[in-house]
Design a protein around this ligand. Structure first.
Ligand code: GDP
Ligand code: MG
Length: 438
């Protein structure tokens, strides 16, 4: 993956204090190729590489990560920024009904996405939503929306034959006003290509309905074409956001990257399947991870760099290598995990630790209580948890202001972790963990 390639180039620099310009440029050539392979538009890739080079040259290398990891993180951060780090909620603050107009090419997923968003607004935001199909070009397009409305539990405007899209928009607006709907969603007709007729129709509908949101729906699988479509629409109708569909397919993420840059508009949602619940708020960090091919490793490196003392980690790593994991180790872990955002955060970041889900539900306050319990134990008890009998449990609970039940939970959690560590070691995941801390 790209992240491996970048790490490789830079890890030759291990031990140097800062990243030199020549070395950064060499690695950025790899980044450029990888971006183009990921379907990023050439001018966007070029500008991106310039920007990252500027940022990376002279950057101090943090002691606990390698220069390669450092660069991966710089690239990742720049990608996230390019994808739009700001939140991208729907803007519905207006006198009701707020109108959401959906535009895009034929087959991009407009009708499906209309129903998905309507369902989400109804269920999550408790909005009263009406949908109307303005697609008079394709036979049965209006019926398709009506069927999806039934499935989603969302009302649709009754179909009247022979009306123009603008007529339907006006009628929908009128009905939504009279019947007290919060949101009116207009699903428009697409074409195979951007053409003047389509653009005139979109402009007329927008003029008649004054939308608060105009969302461009694009198929992420179409890569560079999607970007050209976005350009075409963007210059004719004022877009407020983009929805990328088919992110469940093998889209390489590059379209998303160019899209944000070309339209200047936030990507608000990602479609992740055909079902009506397959819609997610857009996560720039996930797409950046997809482009770099390394998932959440970046955040782990980031947190490790900030908080984990290398010496402690090495000590722990040595012990774990021998398959040993006592309560002293757990205490150290908890101290580190607290600093790294809690067990849940760690469990989520490490694929091998999924089995720790139960332990991962522990919140920060609970972590503090765990620490208190372990401080109330003797050194011998921490090294040999088996010694902790009923009598000792009462003493530990008293000493830490907790209960015997909580002490039991702690011991159970330690056992689970010990098992998880052993499993992780077996899976070879441990060497990865050690490499990251080393
Ligand atoms: P429209 O012509 O733009 O209205 O597109 P439709 O909403 O009719 O969608 C065309 C096809 O794409 C349908 O079969 C949808 O089920 C499918 N589709 C839409 N969004 C997604 C998505 O996010 N993922 C997948 N896998 N399929 C999708
Ligand atoms: Mg449609």
């Amino acid at each position: 993956s790209l992240s491996d390639r970048l790490s490789g180039v830079f890890d030759k620099l291990r031990g140097r204090g800062a990243l030199s310009e020549a070395d950064v440029r060499a690695a950025m050539r790899e980044v450029r190729v990888a971006l183009l392979e990921a379907d990023v538009a050439l001018p966007v890739a070029r500008e991106f590489v310039e920007d990252v080079t500027e940022r990376a040259v002279g950057e101090e290398v943090v002691r606990s990560v390698t220069p390669g990891q450092m660069v991966v993180k710089i690239v990742n951060d720049a990608l996230v920024e390019l994808l739009g780090a700001e939140s991208a909620e729907l803007e519905l603050n207006t006198a009701p009904p707020a109108v959401i107009m959906m535009v895009g090419l034929q087959g991009s997923g407009k009708t499906t996405t209309t129903a998905k968003i309507a369902k989400r607004l109804t269920e999550k935001d408790r909005k009263k939503v009406m949908m109307a199909s303005l697609d008079v070009a394709r036979p049965a397009a209006q019926e398709q929306l009506a069927v999806l409305g039934e499935k989603a539990g969302v009302d649709t405007l009754p179909i009247v034959a022979g009306q123009t899209p603008t007529d339907i928009a006006k009628r929908a607006l009128q009905a939504a006003k009279l019947q007290g709907y919060d949101v009116l969603m207009l699903d428009t007709a697409g074409r195979l290509h951007v053409d003047t007729q389509l653009m005139d129709e979109m402009k007329a509908v927008a003029g008649a309905s004054n939308p608060t949101e105009t969302l461009l729906v694009v198929d992420s699988l179409t890569g560079q074409d999607a970007v050209n479509v976005a350009k075409g629409f963007g210059t004719e109708v004022p877009l407020t956001g983009v929805v990328l569909t088919r992110m469940d397919g093998d889209a390489r993420g590059g379209a998303a990257l160019s899209m944000r840059k070309v339209t200047g508009k936030p990507i608000k949602f990602a479609g992740t399947g055909e079902g009506l619940d397959a819609l997610e708020p857009f996560h720039p960090d996930r797409v950046a991870g997809r482009i770099l091919g390394m998932g959440d490793v970046v955040s782990l490196v980031e947190k490790a760099a900030e908080t984990v003392k290398v010496e402690d980690a090495e000590k722990l790593a040595k012990k774990m290598e021998k398959g040993k994991f006592d309560l002293d180790d757990l205490r150290l872990q908890i101290k580190q995990m607290k600093a790294m955002g809690g067990l849940g955060a760690l469990a989520k970041m490490m694929p091998g630790m999924k089995g720790m889900k139960q332990a991962g539900d522990v919140d920060d306050k609970a972590l503090t209580r765990l620490e208190a319990m372990m401080s109330s134990m003797t050194a011998e008890e921490r090294q040999k948890p088996k010694l902790i009998n009923a009598k000792r449990k009462i003493r530990i609970a008293k000493g830490s202001g907790t209960t015997v039940q909580e002490v039991n939970k702690l011991l159970k959690m330690h056992q689970q972790m010990e098992t998880a560590m052993k499993k992780l070691k077996k899976m070879g995941g441990f060497s990865k963990l050690a490499a990251m801390f080393g």
